[in-house]
Design a protein around this ligand. Structure first.
Ligand SMILES: Cc1cc2nc3c(=O)[nH]c(=O)nc-3n(C[C@H](O)[C@H](O)[C@H](O)COP(=O)(O)OP(=O)(O)OC[C@H]3O[C@@H](n4cnc5c(N)ncnc54)[C@H](O)[C@@H]3O)c2cc1C
Ligand code: SF4
Length: 486
């Protein structure tokens, strides 16, 4: 156990963020560099090493949280990193980006602020990289078996790393020009600088994983041909089909899906453009959708110099305390102020867009909305609450409906979809096609990075068992486990 009196002696303290005017002038992560390390040992000491660590269950990866809290408290960073990597291939991603359902399940959280598990996680991994403790793990023997992974987001990368380390020859196929999936082109730099992806890819290359970018399976390479070339396939193609807003005026210029807008800003940071082809500079921006994707649009628009930013959400504003029907240790829906929201803009709840209004050039100039409320479980418009707001750039961030079925991948493999439109799989993450597995958002539906990594690891175990008859690879979860969905 860390310090038996840690939680009595120390309150919760989290990473410091840089002043808003400073961080709006750059794209670097919003945190004060180095601010976490001096406080993290004390923070880790607040862990009570509970007999039943509910945080393990709260974390989809089953991260061994009390064990690495103890090592972090003692500042034994090497041991902490070893325990962290036992369950998580990429703690630098989750330590920065995870909504931390583990903290909602922390026993201390019942009557005190929870342990800052996520901050401890990111401190351990950043220290491990600084100390040179993150070495490539090159397999001692090759199995002679080959695996193709389709998609290079967190699910594909986790599956590929596990299978490469198990001795299989793995090639990752990615249709985009760079590796990383939504980590690369969805999530903005200010949430996670891309150096963290790049050095993992270098590690994976050294371990033997091959990467093939600019190849879309189903379009550039037929799925059945791919299947013939490899002993097994893991589909980790994400759930990239965005939900649309079919209201009058949707066809006007200046209305874009969030994932048409955000990648261009990320490409500026990659050096592909000096200024993005689509920018919020000087414009009244409206973001439709109150989730993470919407928040990323808000932060991006502010950095590009938007005249105003308004974020619309159809649901009512969540409360600040756990509602009675979401008791500890579940992950509650609470009002969240992300770093992007600290930076400005207005958040409007319980509203629905009725139509867009255009100018003489066919570009959007205003958005018409109306207030809505739930009545008998149904969403109803409130008459007389219509209003108009200026809108010269509108981004749609209303979620994703499933994996891309237009590029031929699903049809060419002959894959079955489940009732929710995701690629169906069994308890081993195998689809209806023998030897073809699925992991991450493609099978689960739109979710989280931590789930994608957990599923990638689990699917890798299924593939390893298929190829070798048995597997020592860990399987953190089963695909049917939706109890912890956040
Ligand atoms: C803007 C945004 C912000 C987010 N922020 C967070 C966050 O802060 N925290 C969090 O936990 N989650 C966040 N999420 C969700 C998270 O990013 C996803 O759940 C996660 O990336 C899913 O991982 P994946 O590997 O399944 O798929 P993806 O990351 O979507 O990767 C799939 C990859 O497959 C490629 N691909 C698709 N089809 C083919 C094909 N036929 N051939 C070759 N390649 C193909 C795609 O180009 C893509 O690179 C965010 C999502 C978005 C959109
Ligand atoms: S991955 Fe997420 S849920 Fe798991 S320990 Fe880290 S922050 Fe918590």
């Amino acid at each position: 156990m860390a310090d038996p009196k840690g939680f009595l002696n120390h309150g919760r303290e989290v990473a410091q963020t840089r002043p808003v005017p400073e961080r709006l002038r750059d794209w670097n992560e919003v945190y004060v560099p180095g601010s976490l390390l001096p406080i993290i040992s004390k923070q880790a000491s607040r862990c009570m090493d509970c007999g039943i660590p509910f945080c393990h269950n709260g974390c989809p990866l089953g991260n061994l949280i009390p064990e690495w809290n103890d090592y972090a408290y003692r500042e034994d960073w090497q041991a902490a990193s070893e325990r962290l990597h036992a369950t998580n291939n990429f703690p630098e991603f989750t330590g920065r980006l995870c909504p931390a359902p583990c903290e909602s399940a922390c026993v201390l959280g019942i009557n005190q602020p929870a342990v800052t598990i996520k901050n401890v996680e990111v401190s351990i991994i950043d220290k491990a990289w600084d100390n040179g403790d993150v070495a490539p793990q090159i397999p001692e023997r090759l199995s002679g078996k080959t695996v193709a992974v389709i998609g290079s987001g967190p699910a594909g990368l986790a599956a590929a790393q596990q299978l490469t380390r198990a001795g299989h020859t793995v090639a990752v196929y990615e249709r985009a020009d760079r590796i990383g999936g939504l980590l690369r082109y969805g999530i903005p730099e200010f949430k996670m600088e891309k150096v963290h992806i790049n050095r993992r890819i270098e590690q994976m290359r050294t371990e033997g994983t091959k990467f093939r970018t600019g190849i879309e399976i189903g379009r550039d390479l037929n799925a059945t041909d791919l299947r013939k070339r490899y002993d097994a396939v893991v589909i980790a193609a994400g759930a990239t089909t965005a939900r649309d807003l079919p209201v009058p005026g949707r066809e006007l210029g200046g209305i874009h899906q969030a994932m048409e807008y955000l990648p261009l800003a990320n490409k500026v940071q990659e050096g592909d453009y000096v200024t993005p082809p689509l920018t919020a500079e000087g414009k009244h921006v409206v973001v439709i959708g109150g989730g993470d994707t919407g928040a990323d649009c808000v932060g991006t628009a502010h950095r590009q110099g938007a005249a105003s930013v308004t974020q619309l959400e159809i649901m009512p504003k969540p409360g600040e305390d756990r509602p009675a029907h979401q008791p500890w240790p579940t992950f509650p829906m609470l009002y969240k102020v992300t770093s992007a929201h600290e930076e400005g803009g207005e958040r409007v709840y319980s509203v629905s867009t009725t139509h867009f209004e255009g100018d003489e050039d066919g570009n959007v100039k205003a958005l018409h909305l109306i207030e809505v409320e739930f009545k008998d479980g149904k969403l109803e418009q409130k008459p007389g609450t219509e209003r108009v707001i200026p809108a010269q750039l509108v981004t749609l961030a209303m979620g994703f409906t499933g994996t891309d079925t237009e590029n031929g991948l699903v049809q060419q493999f002959g894959l079955e979809l489940d009732a929710r439109g995701n690629i169906a799989r069994d308890a081993d993450f195998q689809t209806n096609v023998p030897g073809v597995y699925v992991a991450g958002d493609a099978g689960r539906g739109q979710s989280l990075i931590v789930w994608a990594i957990a599923e990638g690891r689990s699917a890798a175990r299924g593939v390893d068992r298929l190829l070798t008859g048995a597997s020592d690879l860990p399987a953190p979860i089963r695909p049917t486990d939706r109890s912890l969905t956040v």
